[in-house]
Design a protein around this ligand. Structure first.
Ligand code: ADP
Ligand code: MG
Length: 320
């Protein structure tokens, strides 16, 4: 087992009576790019603020690189680079001044500093804007400045809160490439409420919903887990009113969900979720014969991560 870089145990954070993070436990190993996925208000930012020592937990513990975030926060901060959700930048500094300032905040001194700024500025694609005011930069460039300042002191662990939030598709692609590059040598946690983001960048994902951890695994493991509990059939039928077909389908034994979806014109298309123990195909065919519908198509869909995410987090959109 590779080195554990982050160890979170029963982490809980209450804001007054609102429990934002509820008994969350997980580990992150060296070299992982972990996606922290969940709807708005799930508790992602709160967890990240605790891991970066900006908030104290109400209960439970978190260790980063072996150091307790509460008792040994200085040691933790040395080893962690943090990109907060709303990157706080001084708009009237130039990019270079900003990185200089960030270096001094990290306690970096000596000849090494300028070389390091140059190196990280280069990696983050900031060379051509080095003399520009931060306030004049596009959101994509500002995000790169945020990333650069998080990486300046060469931390082992990067914690990035919605690093692609508010960016256009080209900028998203650039930041993803950068994160993947960084992920080859560092441990990275990034949060997002967008599933494809995780699929594109992460080796492992946690899903958090309403402050609770509801899934932890590689994208393949989560898909397999979904497959073990249910499967989805898509059928196309005509010859009866859609509502009549739907209510008959929904009543079949083994059906756990049935919804009408968009499909070919002049036919009615339904997505049916069956429990893994059942085989609905025969019953569906029989229902069509009995009710004189015409069954035009029946296909089985592989479980997608979309399904996993939806099933685990529905009803948990932002409580705020
Ligand atoms: P996410 O980053 O997943 O969108 P947050 O961690 O920001 O979620 O928020 C989790 C919950 O905690 C939400 O219900 C939010 O309203 C609440 N919350 C976040 N920050 C504060 C705060 N400073 N004071 C009170 N409640 C907060
Ligand atoms: Mg957030």
């Amino acid at each position: 087992m590779a080195d554990v870089m982050i160890q979170v145990e029963n982490l809980t954070k209450n804001y007054g009576t609102n429990c934002a993070v509820d008994q969350v436990s997980f580990n992150v190993h060296k070299g992982e790019v972990l996606g922290f996925l969940g709807p708005n208000g799930a508790g992602k930012s709160t967890t990240m603020k605790i891991l970066t020592c900006f908030l104290a937990p109400t209960q439970g513990s978190a260790k980063v690189a072996g150091f307790d975030v509460f008792d040994q926060s200085l040691e933790v901060r040395r080893r962690v680079g943090y990109l907060p959700e709303d990157t706080p930048l001084y708009r009237d500094m130039t990019v270079l001044e900003h990185l200089d300032f960030a270096a001094s905040m990290h306690g970096m001194k000596g000849d090494r500093v300028q070389a390091r700024i140059k190196e990280i500025g280069g990696r983050c694609g900031l060379v051509e804007v080095a003399g520009k005011l931060v306030g004049e930069l596009s959101k994509g460039y500002r995000q790169r400045v945020g990333l650069a300042q998080a990486m300046l002191h060469d931390p082992d662990i990067l914690i990035l809160d919605e690093p692609t939030g508010g960016l256009d598709p080209n900028q998203i692609a650039e930041i993803r490439t950068l994160i993947k590059e960084v992920g080859k040598e560092k441990t990275v946690i990034l949060s997002t409420h967008i599933l494809p983001e995780v699929q594109a960048t992460c080796s492992r994902m946690l899903i958090i919903s309403g402050g609770k951890l509801v899934a932890d695994g590689t994208p393949d493991e989560l898909r397999a887990r979904e497959k073990a509990t249910r499967y989805r059939l898509v059928i196309e039928a005509n010859g009866a009113a859609p509502d009549a077909i739907k209510s008959k389908l929904a009543a079949l034994s083994g059906v756990v969900g049935c919804e009408k979806v968009d499909g070919e014109p002049k036919t009615h298309t339904f997505a049916i979720d069956g429990s893994a123990k059942s085989d609905l195909r025969k019953a569906l065919y029989q229902a069509a014969v009995d009710s004189k519908w015409i069954l035009l198509e029946l296909t089985r869909q592989a479980a997608s991560l979309e399904d996993v995410f939806r099933n685990l987090t529905t009803g948990e959109e932002s409580k705020s």
